[in-house]
Write a protein that binds this ligand. Structure first.
Ligand code: MLC
Ligand code: AMP
Length: 504
């Protein structure tokens, strides 16, 4: 039966002996083997009582099995909900409860700590490890290696990805099969992916970049991936000669450039380097070309939309720009507060429309209506300008967001915890330039009069509540926060004051 996403990415490779995954230890997995493993997981999910449309929330380490679980969820018609492995139990509780997940899969070592949370959320708990271990792997092991694919249409949901907001709690962005498939097709063609490609895959697989951009594009075109558990400079250098393409966040590229082994000889055979998820400094782009002779291809996207624009494969890849809109995506830059498109050269709100744009936020009709206009344009919260040739430059954000090493941090979420600490009157959390991560998190604390904040106690409270990457790397204490005449905190003044806080 037809299941457009599964059929296009995986179903079509059934029985193929072609290479799909190469693990860090050199073990290889063919498409046929991967699809057989997927079928076993699909049976295990079905035995667990999972029905089409049910959510499967997953917080597990990256591995071929973790990817097979994604494929299995698609094959069963379930909605896959991947979660950052750094999330704390209190962060996870919200996602599992809010999504109404029927099943929560975590790493075997975390099951004990998370069992009560899963029970409260009325989700069944299973585990999956990186070594073929865990209760779900055990359930899958003796299942048949084929599975009758559940019929779906392009309008059916395939995934939820939670994304925070400038106010309130995280929102579940609902992605349909058609959203994911259209974007994978467009990118595969634009970036000339084929079954001869070998992608060096070092991104996490719980975000759009590593899961949908990287994996979907490769699977769609029948290529292979060197599937590394994480970015590690020695593995990157060691595996580079076997790869044809790399997708990474800007930190990947600055770290590679910091290593003298990364040079023209090591990259001579490479076909493509793609960067995204955070701004790539024009300077990094130029240094990269000077060192390797390759021009990085920068593209722009987000969770709710997948990819929106890309520098061209052939043609001018312009440093500091994110290129023209993708062929099937409309992008407009509007005057703030209006729907009127601005002429080239003028800065305004970036809005996008196309088959890539999500279906709305799960059970948040009001929030959806705020961001998704009736005419189908999605307000990204990014500020940009087109040049006369139709290349978009992202110049900033109207949303209060920090991007650290490609991970998003919403200051409000951190300020909420800080403001609740004893002796703290108020706080402001800002992103300041960081040589490795692009931006890093700095907290400005205003204590109650006559008191000094207990920073270690605050760090402990923040550590219990928030994933490590969201935690401030530096605390500053001030008697008050700068405010404009409307009483709004002037974060730009704070950003200026602390702009060298992480300079080396
Ligand atoms: C890890 N740490 C981070 C961090 N990553 N802190 C801040 N920001 C980050 N991004 C923490 C660790 O917990 C650790 O804490 C310390 O930093 C040192 O870890 P590390 O070993 O140096 O970090 P590393 O594992 O090398 O990770 C850095 C990284 C990784 C940049 C390689 O974060 C990464 O792979 N980022 C990619 C994120 C991504 O895929 N984004 C796509 C989103 S999709 P301690 O305890 O030691 O202090 C999207 C849409 C789109 O945005 O357009 O693509
Ligand atoms: P996310 O919520 O993880 O989907 O993050 C998406 C955000 O990352 C976008 O709204 C942008 O602010 C930012 N982003 C992604 N790619 C780029 C890029 N190439 N240049 C600048 N910002 C980017």
């Amino acid at each position: 039966m037809a299941n457009p996403l599964f059929d296009a990415l995986f179903g079509r490779h059934a029985g193929s002996a072609a290479l799909f995954l190469i693990r860090a230890d050199g073990v290889t997995i063919s498409y046929a083997e991967f699809i057989a493993r997927t079928a076993r997981f699909a049976h295990a999910l079905t035995i667990r009582g999972l029905r089409p449309g049910d959510r499967v929330a997953v917080q597990i380490e990256k591995s071929p099995d973790a990817l097979a679980l994604y494929a299995a969820a698609v094959q069963c018609g379930a909605v896959f909900l991947p979660l950052n492995t750094a999330y704390t139990p209190s962060e996870l509780a919200y996602f599992v409860e809010n999504s109404g997940a029927a099943l929560f899969v975590c790493a075997p070592g975390k099951a004990e700590a998370l069992a009560a949370m899963a029970e409260r959320a009325d989700a069944r708990l299973d585990t999956l490890g990186v070594a073929g271990d865990g209760t779900l792997a055990e359930a899958a092991d003796d299942q048949p290696d084929t599975f009758p694919t559940v019929a779906r249409t392009e309008d059916d949901l395939a995934a939820f990805l939670y994304t925070s907001g400038t106010t309130g709690r995280s929102k579940g962005a609902m992605m349909s099969q058609g959203n994911l498939l259209s974007n994978a097709r467009t990118l595969a063609e634009l970036w000339r992916f084929s079954d001869r490609d070998v992608l060096l895959h070092a991104l996490p697989i719980y975000h759009t970049h590593g899961l949908f951009v990287a994996t979907n594009v490769v699977a769609l075109t029948g290529g292979a991936m060197i599937f590394l558990p994480k970015f590690d400079i020695d593995s990157m250098i060691g595996w580079m000669p076997k790869a044809t393409a790399l997708m990474g966040v800007p930190t990947f590229y600055t770290r590679l450039l910091d290593d003298p082994r990364f040079d023209r000889d090591l990259t001579r055979h490479m076909r493509l380097f793609v960067s995204g998820s955070a701004p790539l400094l024009a300077d990094t782009h130029r240094q990269f070309e000077a060192r390797t002779g390759h021009r990085i291809l920068e593209r722009y996207g987000m969770t709710e939309t997948g990819m929106n624009t890309s520098n061209p494969y052939e043609g001018d890849r312009r440093a500091g720009t994110v290129g023209p809109p993708l062929p099937d995506v409309e992008v407009r830059v509007t005057a703030p507060g209006t729907e009127d498109s601005l002429p080239p050269g003028e800065i305004g709100d970036v809005e996008v429309r196309g088959p890539n744009v999500f279906q709305g936020y799960w059970q948040m009709a009001e929030k959806t209506a705020e961001d998704l206009r009736p005419d189908g344009f999605f307000r990204t919260g990014d500020l940009g300008r087109f040049d006369a040739d139709g290349y978009l430059t992202i110049v900033g954000r109207s949303k209060d967001l920090i991007i650290s090493g490609g991970f998003n941090i919403y200051p409000k979420e951190v300020e909420f915890i800080l403001d609740a600490q004893p002796g703290i009157r108020e706080s402001a959390v800002i992103g300041v330039p960081h040589p490795d991560l692009g931006e890093s998190v700095l907290a400005v604390l205003v204590p109650e009069q006559g008191t000094a904040p207990d920073i270690p106690a605050i760090e402990a409270a923040v550590g219990a509540a928030l994933a490590r990457f969201k935690q401030p790397r530096r605390y500053e204490v001030r008697a008050e926060l700068p405010r404009n005449t409307m009483g709004k905190v002037q974060k730009n003044v704070l950003r200026d004051a602390y702009r060298d806080a992480f300079a080396t």
